[in-house]
Design a protein around this ligand. Structure first.
Ligand code: PBG
Length: 326
């Protein structure tokens, strides 16, 4: 008869010892909650493909931030749905645009809440692409100044951090330069570094009303097949001045979270995107899965992969569940 000498089950005997040897922990400090600001008053539009997520007018954004703060969350990521869209994405860098208004309103009520803004043009362009276009080409260099102006307008409005998600080459450098020139050298940049052309963004585009009106984003967002290139993208963003790097989407790309963490030892964020959220919600609403356990296991998996920060639509739920345990 063979008896194993090493028995890993010894340290799984009871919850006390399991807790004592546990390697990774999810903290409320790690979570960033996305919010979508829209024009109007007392607007709270549900989104069919993302149960629990709403387009909120600024008054309701502030109300929501009250709940976010109450739950112990530290940070939100702001997106805007402008009143009108045009070729030049004017709403993105309008000093009185929807995101700029939302930042001011949040900061007035909750100065300690850390406000991060998504810097991109796709919600603001009539064609829904993340940059300026010529014919059906999304232009790189002519887009950079618009992105930099957008980031600057967010900083002027009071944003704590900007997060470019457009995937133009050189945007981090352009934004860093512009911020520094205008006295915002203290504002960090969280770069969506390895951002893939993913079907997992589908539900987000319903909320943000940002689906491209022609073609797709494959000429600027990354090919899901590529890992080495994700490392190169991240290296470039770091060279250009990124303070935090990001992998997006989350669950199907956790190999890259680990590679990028090991390669650069930078604060690394992961975006647990809309499609990941919607799949969990749909299964949960059908009673097919244990939502709480599924969500907490997925978020812990992101930590184990090396993520320091997790952007997730589950943040409020996770905060509530962590509170229950404590
Ligand atoms: C803007 C942007 C997108 C997401 C975050 N910022 C959409 C896109 O690139 O089409 C997706 C987030 C999500 O799916 O939750 N470019």
């Amino acid at each position: 008869m063979f008896y194993p000498i090493t028995r890993l089950r010894r340290l799984r005997n009871c919850e006390t010892i399991r807790a004592m040897v546990r390697e990774n922990h999810l903290s409320i400090d790690d979570l960033i909650y996305p919010l979508f600001a829209i024009y109007g008053r007392n607007v709270k539009n549900p989104v069919a493909s993302m149960p629990g997520v709403f387009q909120l007018s600024v008054d309701n954004v502030v109300k929501e931030c009250g709940e976010v703060v109450h739950l112990g969350l530290k940070s939100v990521l702001l997106f805007g749905i402008p009143e009108t869209k045009d070729e030049a994405a004017s709403g993105a860098y309008d000093p009185d645009g929807i995101v700029q208004q939302a930042i001011r309103a949040i900061k007035k009520e909750f100065p300690g809440l850390y406000v991060i803004t998504d810097v991109c043009l796709c919600e603001y362009t009539s064609h829904g692409h993340c940059g300026m276009i010529s014919g059906d080409t999304v232009l790189n260099d002519p887009t950079l100044n618009y992105l930099a102006d957008t980031a600057l307008s967010h900083a002027v409005a009071g944003a704590d951090m900007v997060a470019p998600s457009d995937m133009m080459d050189g945007r981090v450098g352009a934004i860093r330069t512009k911020l520094d020139q205008h006295g915002f050298s203290h504002i960090p940049i969280m770069a969506y570094s390895a951002k893939f052309a993913s079907a997992f963004y589908g539900p987000f585009r319903d909320v943000a009303e940002s689906a491209p009106q022609f073609g797709d984003r494959k000429a600027y967002q990354m090919d899901p097949a590529n890992g080495d290139e994700a490392v190169r993208e991240t290296a470039l963003d770091i060279e250009e001045g990124a303070d935090i790097v990001m992998v997006k989407p989350g669950l199907p790309y956790l190999d890259l979270v680990r590679r990028i963490k090991d390669e650069f030892h930078y604060p690394t964020a992961v975006y647990n995107v809309s499609g990941e959220y919607s799949m969990v919600k749909a299964a949960a609403l059908n009673g097919w899965i244990d939502e709480k356990r599924i969500v907490m296991e997925a978020l812990l998996g992101m930590k184990r992969a090396g993520a320091d920060l997790i952007i997730t639509y589950h943040a409020k739920d996770a905060a509530r569940w962590m509170g229950e345990k404590a």
